[in-house]
Ligand binder design. Structure first.
Ligand code: NZQ
Ligand code: ZN
Length: 386
């Protein structure tokens, strides 16, 4: 196990009715927040009303930024920064999924920086000061509600990049599983695939001695497998939504990666798909993952896949190791399909046009990954996924 420093600072208020904690959680930090949300689902579902009622009850004023896009754009970040300055905002409140939370984090970081917020994303400028961030989660997927990362897109340059700062981790997040009842089947499936991918990115690692992290990872993968299909078919199943929601946070809040690190093998490939084709993140991951698994399965990695087969899918692994490993990969693909995810790039409108540049950008990001991948390897995986 590698050395680590444990620091997961986000307060989580979990469960039905936990919105009543929102105002009291913000009040010590701010009397005036930027209330950020996406394309309007929060108004249709009633979450918006619950949020403003909680703010009012605590005497907190707000200014709104709406219309934050899935795969949030840097233009929205800059608009949020402008509003914060104009209205002397002292905290940022995200109400929505990962896109809204990510956008809010970089707004919070951008207020203290005079230039274009894109400079902070590409590392041209450093993040120095971040307004306190709060979130009310409405979609179980990215874990942004409890992690220090934001992923921002710039469609002018076809770049989608992650930026990280410890102070961007939300101070507090409200996790009410009922707020996810209205998430579509498609987004529920994509979100579950995203959670699973975050776990895979840590589980399949060059570090072989982190027993506790691997057993926790297997428990979380089983949770996703147990409840993903249930939530797709029975959207108001509280247990399913609750388990997925908590799993979303735990998968990527560093708990699993302490002692191991995270590889981001498939995420780097997927972010290029979203950057060029604006597809749903979890769908891209589900399409690529089984092909990536098949590509990196070899004499050196087979034992890890056997562990996965045995402990996650309960596959009998007494015979040929490669047969068991391949069966586990088949099961993974079948599960994504059973949730209704399209399983080829062709189905989501992607062809070979940009493979070269996408593969180059993805490969440039790799460091310490499970199995090293070159640009040609990434292109091969893209081709296998067509
Ligand atoms: O915009 P609205 O109207 O709110 O609708 C959203 C959006 O269309 C809808 N939705 C959300 N909650 C809903 C709902 N519809 C009905 N009822 C609800 N309760 O769902 C759609 C997708 O929302 P979005 O926020 O884009 O989804 P997700 O949470 O999957 O976030 C995806 C973004 O997060 C990034 C992804 O790359 C992508 O840009 N990621 C962020 C990470 C992080 N911060 O650590 C890590 C991830 O790996 C990922 O890269
Ligand atoms: Zn992800």
């Amino acid at each position: 196990m590698k050395n680590f420093f444990y620091d997961i600072g986000t307060k989580i208020y979990f469960g039905e009715g936990s919105i009543e904690n929102l105002g009291p959680a913000i009040k010590p930090y701010s009397d005036k927040v930027l209330l950020c949300y996406g394309g309007g689902s929060v108004k249709k579902t009633g979450v918006y009303d619950d949020v403003v009622n909680s703010l009012k009850a605590s005497g907190i004023e707000w200014v709104e930024l709406s219309g934050i896009e899935p795969n949030p754009r840097v233009t929205s970040v800059n608009e949020g920064v402008r509003l914060c300055r104009e209205h002397n905002i002292t905290a940022v409140l995200a109400v929505g999924g990962g896109s809204t939370i990510d956008c809010s984090k970089v707004i919070a970081a951008g207020v203290a920086y005079e230039g274009d917020a894109w400079d902070l994303v590409i590392g041209k400028a450093s993040i120095t000061k971040v307004l306190p961030v709060f979130s009310v989660l409405t979609l179980s997927a990215t874990g942004s509600e409890m992690d220090p990362t934001a992923v921002i897109s710039n469609m002018d340059t076809n770049d989608k990049l992650g930026v990280k700062h410890p102070d961007m981790r939300p101070v507090a997040s409200i996790l009410d599983p009922k707020y996810t009842y209205t998430v579509s089947k498609y987004q529920t499936a994509a979100g579950t695939a995203d959670i699973m991918s975050h776990i895979f990115e840590i589980y399949f690692s060059t570090v072989k001695s982190a027993y506790i992290a691997d057993r926790m990872a297997e428990a979380m993968l089983k949770t996703c497998i147990n409840y993903g299909v249930v939530a797709v078919n029975d959207p108001e199943n509280y247990e399913a939504r609750a388990n997925l929601m908590w799993c979303s946070s735990l998968a990527i809040n560093n708990l699993l990666s302490y002692g191991k690190g995270t590889a981001w093998s498939v995420h780097s490939m997927e972010h290029q798909l979203s950057a060029y084709y604006d597809i749903t993140h979890g769908v891209g991951l589900a399409i690529l993952t089984p092909h990536w698994m098949r590509y990196v399965l070899n004499e050196e990695t087979v034992d890890k896949f056997v562990e996965y087969a045995k402990n996650v899918w309960d596959i009998d692994c007494d015979g040929d190791k490669f047969a068991a490993a391949n069966k586990a990969i088949d099961k993974t693909a079948e599960y994504f399909k059973a949730m209704g995810i399209p399983m080829t790039l062709t189905e989501v409108g992607i062809d070979e046009t940009h493979f070269d540049i996408m593969a180059e950008k993805a490969a440039a990001k790799y460091a310490n990954i499970f199995v090293p991948l070159t640009k040609e390897d990434v292109k091969n995986i893209y081709r296998m996924s067509l």
